[in-house]
Design a protein around this ligand. Structure first.
Ligand code: NDP
Ligand code: MG
Length: 335
């Protein structure tokens, strides 16, 4: 069944009248929500930590960042836009006791709510308003008169009034200019984790590395392997983005298109699909969430080791060298 999509005409900013929205965390999403809501006439207060460059950014945007406790206490709607892995602890230690009945706790990703890391006190409702794009786009599109599509969810059985507040918030950040799709905390969280693990981050990185290694092991020059297996991926993904798989296939050569149809299914096989279903089950039954929460509680040793090891892959070294030859690339380096 196709989803219902809500637009500007379906949302009324007046339901936010007299309410204060606290934006906790002035990062990617936080800086965009705070400024867009303020530009939409909503009363906004923000919080970030004084040692963060984002604190100074908030000040330069005319906000007076305050401690999380103070912002949570003053606000009617508390929007938690902190890194996901610290939200649970911060909620329990600094936010929970400052909420009063009638307040709303809002997030942009359902992980902590869905997996029980955030459990609001009696009388406090939950909302999810999740832009389907990074914060800088949420801000730049808004300024340009557009918006980034959003997802919206309430807890099961929440009154319609809460949903209307969520729609108004989505309107305030520009989401209803593009379209807002209703979902549930479970669906947003599970599809998000599944997508990033199997395709967007995990699947695609593994595919690129395996193809690069295959060429290099067969004696081809690493530079050639880099261009073919990583660099050109962007051109292909841009075509997906503009017109789906069909437009990519229309744009490439017939030889490439034939190779796609006849060879792709030998790479992603029934076995891959079985593993995808296993990964989905681990997402759904909370196994992945438990592992990641415990990993963070232990100081993330496995995560840090994996990150270190992956950064040493020869693909990364070759890429660094080759990107320097391409002056148009806005080259980024992580430390
Ligand atoms: P960021 O990491 O960009 O921003 C988080 C902000 O919180 C930073 O300003 C950070 O400051 C601050 N912060 C970190 N630790 C603390 C602390 N202990 N006390 C107070 N402030 C702190 O996060 P995002 O905006 O990317 O993510 C926020 C939420 O939005 C997440 O739930 C995420 O899943 C969701 N989301 C993100 C999207 C994206 O594309 N980025 C898209 C859709 C949803 P400092 O700079 O010092 O770390
Ligand atoms: Mg995501």
């Amino acid at each position: 069944m196709a989803a219902t999509i809500y637009y500007d005409k379906d949302a009324d900013l007046a339901v936010l009248k007299g309410k204060t929205v606290a934006i906790l965390g002035y990062g990617s999403q936080g800086h965009a929500h705070a400024q867009n809501l303020r530009d939409s006439g909503v009363r906004v207060i923000v919080s970030d930590r004084p040692e963060s460059p984002n604190y100074d950014l908030a000040v330069s945007h005319g906000f007076e960042p305050m401690a999380i406790e103070e912002a949570a206490k003053k606000a009617d709607i508390v929007s938690i836009l902190l890194p996901d892995e610290i939200q649970g602890d911060i909620f329990r230690n600094h936010i929970c006791d400052r909420l009063s009945p009638g307040n709303i706790l809002l997030c942009s990703h359902g992980f902590n709510v869905h997996f029980g890391q955030i459990e609001p006190p009696e009388g406090v409702d939950l909302l999810l308003v999740a832009p389907k794009g990074p914060g800088h786009l949420v801000r730049s599109e808004f300024v340009a008169g557009g918006g980034v599509p959003c997802l919206i969810a309430t807890s099961d059985g929440a009154p319609d009034e809460i949903f209307q507040i969520g729609l108004a918030y989505a309107k305030g950040i520009g989401g209803t200019r593009a379209g807002v799709i209703r979902t549930t905390f479970a669906e947003e969280t599970e599809t998000d984790l599944f997508g990033e693990q199997t395709v967007l981050c995990g699947g695609v990185s593994a595919l690129v590395k395996a193809a690069y290694d295959t060429l290099v092991e067969a004696g081809y020059q690493p530079e050639m392997a880099f261009f073919e297996c990583l660099h050109e991926l962007k051109l292909i993904v841009d075509l997906f983005y503009q017109g789906g798989l069909s437009y990519m296939r229309y744009s490439v050569s017939n030889t490439a298109e034939y190779g796609d149809y006849t060879r792709g299914s030998r790479i992603i096989t029934e076995e891959t699909k079985r593993e995808m279903r296993k990964i989905l089950t681990e997402v759904q039954n909370g196994e992945f969430a438990r592992e990641w929460i415990l990993e963070n509680k232990a100081g993330a040793p496995k995560f840090k080791a994996l990150r270190r090891r992956e950064r040493q892959h020869s693909l990364e070294e070759v890429g660094r060298r080759l990107r320097r030859l391409m002056s148009w690339i806005d080259e980024k380096e992580v430390d």
